[in-house]
Design a protein around this ligand. Structure first.
Ligand code: ADP
Length: 471
């Protein structure tokens, strides 16, 4: 098959979250299965500068710009929309330096969807357009409006972000007026990119089976549970994979020392190095809990200070946190670190290398999300023998077997209720089990044996594509 992925970020060029990891890895896994695969992204400076050699695609028109072609790892074609007026600005793909949405995000992502659909008209060999998250959400609507043969699949990486705009801005899309209806892209008197994708894609996926069920419920459906229920026959949960070429403790160059399931002792060097790097007391007997996360309510980060404070004060646990996000949460963690210097270290940054060192050096990795479409950090934790502590929701529920549950092969710790009390209870349990060396090591081994590679996910997408592709 000839497959075109469309997304607003792609590893290793631009990343704000798990979306980039997926768009960086799934296409290569599909290429390995023998498909011809391209990835279309906006030409932010980081992409134009980081992509290596790019050459113009002759004969394809982009209003006010041009389309460039390069290569990604794994023999995947990279297609970049160069259009200075919309994309030539530094920093985050979605927001300016003060955290405000770019005022022309509508036009920026209309352009992404339009170019994607134009490519499918221009190259009739493309069998399948795979759009990711709201930024690419108009592409399936354009395909439908154009009557293109190409089939479309849309993946929800996070339903919370929908790209909602007012009716008076609809004309910017260039879509037919007839699409502005309750079973089209109209959304409570406005319209949204997400609703367009949910209405006009041939298949809808999200990134774990549990999240696929959860979003059918009013409490987690983000006001789209109605349309999702309407389309439920076309909705699948396909669990994300991990790129083990990047996240592998046996080869990870960011670590003080590499290790594996047969060389577990070497992990303690990474713990010590991390404690030293982050200004924590070198205390081998205390479990060191890591966090690598956006600091938001979605991620349950507000639950952490209240849950962990007394354990920090009693020298029972340590916390190494890397994250950025909501100002109030940043402040709360900065204050926590001040109150518990030596046991709590906080880096309010985005730092790939430190993320690897935390995943490699901590004993456990905490992901207490209120909702979590898939979650990647717990999967990294599993491979590194850094036991995930997670809330039972979405992809976290699908990937971590909680100690104490009936699971024969527990791989971490799971709690139910999104409250500091419930989290405190599970952290107490972590402290207890950590004291029991053989049990903890058994959990580490179970965790490290888990396989969440991309190959399985790529095969699942294959089956889905086969169902929807046309002639
Ligand atoms: P989401 O996409 O909702 O933020 P995921 O768990 O799917 O959550 O993916 C988050 C990705 O971003 C992971 O690869 C994680 O390591 C990375 N990440 C999150 N925050 C940071 C940070 N402050 N520094 C470095 N990497 C980060």
């Amino acid at each position: 098959m000839k497959i075109l992925h469309v997304a607003a970020e792609v590893l290793p060029l631009v990343k704000t979250g798990g979306l980039a990891d997926v768009v960086g890895a799934l296409p290569a896994a599909q290429r390995a299965l023998g498909h011809e695969v391209s990835v279309l992204v906006p030409g932010y400076p980081a992409i134009l500068e980081g992509a290596g050699k790019l050459s113009p695609v002759e004969g394809f028109a982009v209003p006010g710009g041009r389309l460039l072609r390069g290569r990604l790892a794994g023999d995947v074609e990279l297609l970049v929309i160069e259009q200075a007026a919309r994309y030539a600005r530094p920093g985050n793909p979605y927001v300016d330096a003060s955290g405000q949405d770019w005022p022309d995000n509508l036009q920026r992502f209309v352009l992404l969807g339009r170019v994607a659909a134009d490519l499918c008209l221009w190259d009739p060999q493309i069998d399948l357009l795979h759009a990711h998250d709201w930024h690419a959400g108009l592409a399936p609507a354009y395909l439908r409006a154009d009557g293109t043969r190409c089939a479309s699949c849309f993946t929800i990486h996070n339903l919370a972000f929908q790209g909602i705009y007012a009716y008076y801005e609809y004309a910017f899309t260039g879509l037919p007026e007839a699409f502005y209806r309750f079973d089209g892209l109209e959304f409570h008197g406005d319209w949204s990119f997400m609703k367009a994708a949910l209405s006009y894609s041939d298949a809808i996926t999200t990134v774990s089976p549990t999240y696929a069920r959860e979003i059918l419920r009013p409490d987690l459906g983000m006001q789209l549970d109605g349309v999702l229920n309407y389309r439920r026959a076309d909705l699948r949960g396909i669990l994300n994979g991990v790129d083990y070429a990047i996240w592998n403790p046996e080869t990870d160059r960011a670590l003080a020392r590499t290790y594996g399931i047969d060389k577990l002792a070497a992990k303690t060097h990474n713990k010590r190095a991390l404690q030293q790097d982050m200004g924590l007391a070198v205390a081998p007997a205390r479990p060191l809990v890591g966090v690598v996360s956006r600091l938001t309510l979605q991620k349950g980060m507000d639950l952490v200070p209240g849950a962990i404070e007394s354990l920090l004060a009693a020298d029972q646990i340590q916390l190494a946190l890397l994250g950025s996000g909501d100002r109030e949460l940043e402040q709360a963690f900065a204050e926590l670190a001040e109150r518990h210097a030596g046991n709590c270290a906080v880096s309010l940054a985005y730092d790939e290398s430190l993320a690897h060192r935390i995943v490699g050096g901590a004993d456990a990795i905490l992901v207490p999300s209120r909702f979590e479409p898939c979650g990647l950090t717990q999967l990294y934790g599993l491979r590194y023998g850094t036991l995930p502590i997670v809330r039972r929701t979405g992809g976290l529920a699908d990937t971590v077997a909680g100690y104490r549950a009936q699971a024969k092969q527990p791989t971490g710790f799971v709690f139910e209720t999104a409250s500091s009390r419930a989290l405190k209870r599970v952290l107490g349990r972590v402290v207890e089990v950590y004291r029991d060396g053989p049990t903890w090591r058994g959990l580490m081994q179970n965790a490290m044996r888990c396989e969440f590679g991309w190959d399985r996910a790529a095969r699942d997408y294959d089956k889905l594509y086969a169902r929807i592709r046309r002639g």
